[in-house]
Write a protein that binds this ligand. Sequence first.
Ligand SMILES: *Cc1c(COP(=O)(O)O)cnc(C)c1O
Length: 407
Amino acid sequence: MTDQPTHDTPACTASAEIPEWSEATQLVQGGVQRSGFDETCEALYMTSGYVYNSAEEAEAAFQTDGLRFVYSRFRNPTVEMFETRLCQLEGAEACRATASGMAAVWAALIAQLQAGDRVVASRALFGSCTVILNQLLPRFGIETVFVDGADLEQWATALAQPTKAVFLETPSNPGLELVDLAAVSELAHKAGACVVVDNVFASPLLQKPLELGADVVVYSATKHIDGQGRCLGGAVLGSQQFVTDHLTQILRHTGPALSPFNAWLLLKGLETLPLRIERQSASAARIADFLAAEHGVSQTRYPFRADHPQEALARKQMRSGGSMVTLEVEGGKDRAFRFLNALKLIRISNNLGDSKSLATHPSTTTHQRLTPEEQLAQGITPGLVRLSVGLEDPADLEADLKQALAA
Ligand SMILES: *Cc1c(COP(=O)(O)O)cnc(C)c1O
């Protein structure tokens, strides 16, 4: 190679160069760092390490920490293109990618917590997030207090004493319960807490927690960002100070690095994210209305439907209702299983945000670790089915749901 590519731009600096681009344009063009070969598509740098032309260069690389690529556990050009593109979309100062969504959640919390700290969290969370908060963190002397996410009084009571971090998910999985991001962020900041939001269900397009006052956003990129069932990935986004002072040390030395190959898949996923989210969200809204009128469904839940108890809040903090719908099948577990087993087009799976529509029975799968009482506290009844609406023609999905409900 003659022309040495300059890969040395720290993550996110590109955002300053292209403020005039709209989101859709930025998701196709943002963060690209071309090599000397002038490739069209983002290059896939499958390399664990980097070479030096002299011992002096190696020495300098280790002295100017972070300015040159030295090892892919620290930085990799393909991973960095993904981080930059996602960072611009989120409107964050900095982004670090991780090998999975759970690696992102764990890193975002453990990077800032120590023995004696207190965390306040909403009760309705993705199963593994609950395990981190009520089983793993207590082993290190960190206490978690859970509140009902929709109840601002409970947040105010819990945040009346000094707190290190707040962790929440909105809309929640699977109950589609909302947390008022602006109000909780304000209460949290008065208590001295850093607000960490798991924004997976809404996706980075439909909800901007940082604009509403949150401090750190985490993603399972496995979900809508890939959205095609191909790989695991995750990301943590926040201020440059949070990344520099807290996150970098944990990621470098514990090693949950995203594979360059997965970063490349996720980069391509970001290009089509607006198209997929728009279509999946429109189909989900239509299917929620369809299900609400069907026999055998006792309740349908969708954030933008008038019968959602927090519809006004949903419309305030989300751009649309998202791709997830829940339905309560009359007749409990037996009837729910009969319905799931009768589906032909929609497949049974615990994944979500995929181009393929997927149905889940939370009480026996994703949330089976919870006691029956804990399940009910999160609205997880034996008849509850979670639907992740994909890219198929919604008319075909409705026909499948209709025949399965009649089975
Ligand atoms: C899937 C998911 C996670 C975990 O992500 P992985 O990529 O599976 O590790 C965390 N939070 C929410 C809300 C999720 O849906």
